[in-house]
Design a protein around this ligand. Structure first.
Ligand code: ACO
Length: 311
């Protein structure tokens, strides 16, 4: 019966055997994965928008080509993740509808505006940096298709992070005005980047079950701390200041102590009231409507080919 099946499932997870699409799995495991993977996919797709804003204004042809490649990678990550989530019995159309009707979340970070070119550097450095910290852990997720998708995604995220740091380095070594822009971008993106890891463990609804099922390998707070410890020296190298006056090296514990996230701001953004929430969803809705004829044409073409093959 179900209890026996669930126990056998947990034994398998504990033994680090990957769960594959056709294997038996508890309903709640399937649901939790669909939730996380679809939100992850949506984040990649909505994540294209803040950067898309700068494609026409990138400072050189080279920077434009790099930014375009990075944004295309993100579209690809979204498709990868939608496909991986489809193995759990939901369709891409269903997931997309959930994004567009506001019932599925996407990462809070993409509801902030990109105001100057240094923001593109800060996004690569901090946002992609935070994303990799989280996604490296997901390469060992118990669900096979998710874990495998993460391997390629992490390689590309690593390139994204470096291109962002490269932009920051050029600006930090540039004119006083460029240094000011770099610092301004760091000031605005630092705290939202820390929010990407989600609520504190004590407040996190899904962490303990997700860790037991090895969907998550590290908790929100563990990953956030790891990101801070790796990123503070990078800011020092740039000669920039992290906007946290409580930030201090804790030699006894071998980690940085730091201030507190503004959780009201986090909740506000997650609940749809951030600076760009409405604009982001509106843009996705328009893109979806605008692409309707392409989907119809592709389906009609596929049907025609099928009929031809059958006759
Ligand atoms: N933005 C929006 N929603 C968030 C965020 C955030 N930064 N952090 C947590 N939440 C939501 C969760 O989705 C959950 O909502 P739900 O129950 O309605 O689905 C709720 O807040 C409670 O949080 P947790 O219980 O901690 O949720 P979870 O265990 O899923 O942990 C986390 C959140 C760490 C984001 C996890 O889902 C995860 O690792 N996801 C995969 C990575 C990912 O989505 N990255 C997206 C940004 S990176 C990028 O796209 C480049």
């Amino acid at each position: 019966d179900r209890e026996v099946l669930e126990e056998a499932f947990q034994v398998k997870v504990d033994a680090e055997t990957r769960i594959e699409p056709k294997d038996w799995m508890p309903d709640a495991y399937r649901k939790n994965l669909i939730r996380q993977m679809s939100q992850h996919a949506h984040s990649e797709v909505v994540g294209m928008l803040p950067e898309g804003n700068w494609l026409t204004r990138a400072p050189s042809l080279k920077r434009k080509a790099i930014l375009m490649a990075k944004i295309q990678d993100e579209g690809g990550h979204g498709l990868y993740l939608y496909s991986a989530a489809e193995t759990l019995g939901i369709t891409r159309d269903q997931m997309y509808d959930q994004l567009l009707d506001g019932s599925a979340k996407y990462s809070s970070i993409f509801n902030y505006p990109t105001l100057n070119w240094a923001d593109i550097g800060a996004i690569g450095w901090l946002v992609d940096g935070a994303a990799i910290t989280n996604q490296i852990a997901l390469c060992r997720c118990s669900y096979g298709p998710y874990a495998r998708a993460m391997v390629k995604i992490c390689k590309e995220e690593s390139f994204h992070q470096r291109q962002g740091y490269d932009i920051m380095m050029v600006m930090a070594e540039g004119t006083a005005e460029q240094r000011r822009m770099a610092q301004d971008a760091l000031n605005r993106w630092w705290w939202p980047a820390l929010m990407m890891f989600g609520p504190h463990d004590a407040e996190s609804a899904h962490t303990s079950q997700s860790m037991k099922w090895k969907i998550k390998r590290s908790s929100n707070d563990e990953l956030r701390q790891k990101f801070i410890d790796a990123t503070v020296p990078q800011a020092e190298y740039l000669g920039l200041t992290i906007p946290d006056d409580q930030l201090a090296w804790n030699a006894a514990e071998g980690k940085y102590d730091w201030g507190e996230i503004d959780w009201d701001e986090f909740r506000n953004v997650v609940n749809g009231n951030g600076l760009c929430n409405r604009e982001r969803l509106e843009t996705r809705r328009k893109a979806h409507e605008g692409g309707q004829w392409v989907r119809e044409a592709a389906l009609a073409y596929a049907e025609k080919r099928q009929q031809r093959a059958a006759s």
